[in-house]
Design a protein around this ligand. Structure first.
Ligand code: GTR
Length: 299
């Protein structure tokens, strides 16, 4: 059995290493009968297109961000709301608890089997031109965002002009001046070389958008119980490895960014940023109130 797994990041990126660990465990535990083939570096397409292909079954598996997933399964959108987690521990308490797992299971309604979450770190803004340390500095700037309606609302609340765009187009967008900035965690900002063309990195840590490992639901349904168990356990067991690699990579990349002379900017007063986006949380309280309460309860 051959299962193709699409991954947008390069070979040595922590999510790709998590995918490969998963593939290795599946291979070992099935004595090579089930082969998970990892296609790194967006070889099978950009995330929005890959998710669609996993939904139809053209590709069996992918590791993606829950942000573009929200266009296919609304519940995942909650993670694109800003400042909902206090820190990484809070996020993991929620994800590993019953409510986080229920959210992953809910992907079944949209044709996906959710296997596990991977660590996404925290996303922060980066831009060309003058550094950003306060909400006023963001006014009117054009920033690339992930494909999600919630991100549009949240960026607008900060005064940004949001431009949804594929990840693979961000570098040239920054270079040509089509956009003034984007936002991501340190390993993405570094590995995609965006730091070369946008040299201010503002550590506002506005979102933690979990990565998800998913499979086409019909392909999952065709597996017998023993193989389902084998694949699920391999995904669960690959997760601590991915999290460990993640933490190491963030540290390494922050050092590399400092060495490259990147202007790492701290925020003047983060409570003002939170105040600015509060109306967005209220706006989405109708759709996500129940899960927001669960997230608050895990704080
Ligand atoms: C990264 C994430 C990718 C992709 C990218 C983006 O942090 O790991 O899956 O979603 O962000 O901004 O498009």
């Amino acid at each position: 059995m051959n299962l193709r797994l699409a991954e947008t990041h390069p070979e040595d990126y922590p999510t790709t290493l998590g995918d490969k660990r998963f593939a290795e465990l599946v291979g070992e535990r099935s004595d090579g009968r089930i082969n998970v083939e990892v296609f790194a570096g967006a070889q099978l397409g950009e995330e929005a297109s890959v998710i669609e292909q996993v939904q139809t079954g053209a590709i069996e598996m992918t590791r993606v961000s829950s942000s573009p997933m929200s266009e296919f399964t609304q519940n995942m959108g909650v993670f694109s709301l800003p400042f909902i987690f206090d820190d990484s521990e809070h996020m993991w308490r929620f994800l590993e608890g019953g409510d986080g797992q229920a959210l992953l299971d809910g992907l079944g309604d949209s044709g996906f089997k959710g296997l596990t979450y991977f660590d996404p770190g925290a996303r922060s803004f980066y831009n060309t031109g003058d550094p950003v340390s306060a909400v006023e500095d963001l006014q009117g700037l054009k920033f690339r965002i992930q494909q999600s309606d919630i991100s549009v609302a949240f960026m607008e609340a900060l005064g940004i002009s949001p431009t949804p765009m594929d990840y693979g187009e961000v570098y040239s967008g920054l270079q040509s001046g089509l956009i003034d900035g984007a936002e991501n965690n340190p390993p993405s900002y570094f590995s995609a070389s965006h730091y070369e063309v946008a040299q201010n990195y503002t550590l506002d840590e506005h979102t933690r958008v979990p990565e998800v490992l998913i499979m086409n639901q019909a392909a999952w349904d065709q597996l017998d119980d023993a193989d389902k168990e084998l694949i699920q356990t391999a995904a669960t067991d690959a997760t601590p490895f991915q999290r460990e690699r993640w933490n190491g990579q963030v540290e390494e990349d922050m050092n590399a960014l400092r060495e490259a002379g990147i202007n790492i900017v701290s925020v003047d007063d983060i409570s003002l940023w939170k105040d600015a986006v509060e109306p967005v949380i209220e706006q989405f309280e109708g759709d996500y109130g129940a899960v927001l309460d669960q997230i608050r309860a895990a704080s």
